[in-house]
Design a protein around this ligand. Structure first.
Ligand SMILES: [Fe+2]
Length: 297
């Protein structure tokens, strides 16, 4: 908690309607409604030209995300997404369980290892979430990069929603929803126990919070198991409203199936993944890089 969080000029402060309305108008003006508007063709993600860099930055400024489409195809070099991230100030990787020594996680179907118990390593659908919602407050994920090495034979589509748009939807419905979701006990992740060993203690925290730099952060999962929502009626109503919005056909919900050489760079926006099928020639492989920083804009 810092004084900054309660700064009246911050549009995310639920007490300041004037700042919110002004920011909202600016935010929604010319807001892209097609996923194509997020795509930036780049030659070499390791070394962007000034124009490519600017094009990605502009999209991230507006929608908190961009999709780059490069010619690196199925080149499995992890330096590709790492160097791309670096050019946007993304350097502090989260060394989460499942990540390799270099902090890059290779997401693909893994049979028989501990990983097969975790949905990201299967071909099953993954519900809406932001990454690392179960992390400690000081290890929250603010930047997320996904780089596609190879696509599945079918499926594996991501739905994407700027978390600031989710905020606007909820605040417009009822500003009290924002207050409820900013409460420190809004959502609780029960402990992660495996074979009698506690891998992670229970963690409570807000859905929406205002960062030191004034930006909005969101923690969320649509999972119904392994999550406890506050029984407060306003929290319950807010969560229902958000769920309905995420299942709607809002033009702000983008859908993309990343192809080899393509990737998503984002400020950890809301996303899901549809189920997919691999075959002998098409095995889906994505690199996931989670950062403690936001994209430098
Ligand atoms: Fe994710």
């Amino acid at each position: 908690m810092t004084a900054r969080k309660y700064e009246m000029s911050n549009p995310f402060n639920p007490d300041n309607d004037t700042a919110y309305q002004a920011w909202r108008e600016y935010k929604l003006e010319h807001y892209p409604e097609r996923v194509e508007d997020l795509i930036v063709e780049v030659n070499d993600p390791r070394q962007l030209t000034k124009a490519e860099h600017e094009a990605i930055q502009n999209r991230c400024r507006k929608t908190n995300m961009a999709i780059y489409a490069s010619s690196t195809g199925s080149d499995p070099d992890k330096a590709i997404p790492r160097s791309l991230g670096k050019q946007f100030g993304l350097t502090e990787l989260d060394y989460n369980m499942g990540a390799d020594d270099d902090g890059v996680t290779s997401l693909q179907v893994v049979e028989g290892k501990w990983r097969s118990g975790y949905i990201p390593y299967t071909n099953r659908p993954i519900h809406w979430h932001t990454d690392g919602y179960y992390n400690l407050p000081e290890r929250q994920i603010h930047g997320l990069l996904l780089h596609c090495v190879s696509a599945a034979a079918s499926g594996g589509e991501n739905a994407l929603l700027d978390h600031e748009i989710a905020y606007i939807h909820l605040r417009d419905k009822n500003p009290e929803y924002i207050r409820a979701l900013m409460a420190p006990d809004a959502m609780t992740i029960p402990p992660n126990n495996e074979n009698g060993e506690q891998l992670r203690p229970a963690r409570s925290g807000p859905v929406f919070s205002i960062l030191e730099d004034g930006n909005l952060h969101m923690r969320y999962t649509a999972r119904t198991r392994s999550i406890e929502w506050s029984p407060d009626p306003l929290t319950q109503a807010a969560v229902k409203t958000l769920e309905t919005f995420l299942e709607s056909s809002s033009p702000y919900i983008y859908r993309a199936t990343l192809q080899p050489g393509q990737g998503l760079i984002s400020n950890n926006v809301l996303h899901d993944r549809s189920g997919f099928d691999d075959d002998s020639e098409h095995t889906r492989q994505l690199y996931r890089l989670r950062y403690y920083q936001r994209i430098k804009v």
